[in-house]
Design a protein around this ligand. Structure first.
Ligand code: HEM
Length: 184
């Protein structure tokens, strides 16, 4: 199959959409679980899923960043003007928030000594009183993240539907080359 010059490589696309799916799932669970599922085994089980998926999300995020900065395909900037600067700043903020959220979440999980799967639990570390501020700031950072993620997604949709630009299409699965391509 000929390699398309205008799409990201398959690994970048997979890791990008995996990050999106995990972040959305974690946010929905964290935000609505306590309102929707009554206290009990099911709720605890879903919280455990949040913690396990949280660790998975951090692994995917690190893999995405590592890949983007090594073998991942770099595409030329379409319009290096003010919009590009804003989009870059937004992306940097997203990455920063994702690491802050993961850091606060993992610290919280250890402070609580949470159950992960079945009998497997994290050791309880640190002062249990920290759980309140850690949960609070984890939740606040997650909500701020949603604002920046909304701007990021809106920009891609505007570029695609209003300006007929390439930004969204080159991150769409199914059009990607199997391996990274050399050069621009
Ligand atoms: C982008 C990724 C994540 C998002 C969007 C997210 C979102 C949330 C939200 C909205 C809450 C509720 C906060 C509140 O009640 O004010 C929450 C709670 C929590 N999250 Fe996350 N989270 C993420 C990643 C993680 C990770 C990596 C961990 C660590 C394993 C984690 C551990 C926790 C813990 C321990 C709680 C408190 C659970 C409870 O109240 O019983 N989260 N999360």
């Amino acid at each position: 199959m000929p390699l398309r010059p205008d799409v990201y490589d398959r690994t970048t696309i997979t890791l990008h959409w995996l990050t999106v799916a995990l972040v959305l799932t974690l946010w929905l669970v964290g935000t609505f679980l306590e309102d929707v599922v009554p206290k009990g085994a099911l709720r605890s089980g879903i919280w455990s899923a949040h913690f396990v998926l949280g660790f998975a999300f951090l692994g995917v995020l690190v893999a995405l960043l590592a890949w983007r900065n090594t073998n991942g395909r770099q595409l030329p900037v379409e319009d290096p003007g003010a919009w590009h600067v804003l989009a870059k700043a937004n992306l940097a903020t997203l990455y920063l928030l994702l690491f802050v959220i993961a850091g606060l979440g993992i610290a919280n999980a250890f402070v609580r000594g949470v159950t992960l799967i079945g009998p497997i639990a994290l050791p309880q570390v640190g002062d249990p009183e920290w759980r309140r501020p850690l949960t609070y700031w984890h939740g606040i950072a997650a909500n701020i993240l949603m604002v920046f993620a909304f701007l990021h997604a809106s920009a891609a949709l505007f570029d695609h539907y209003l300006w007929r630009g390439p930004v969204l299409a080159r991150m769409v699965p199914g059009r990607a080359p199997a391996a990274p391509i050399e050069g621009p």
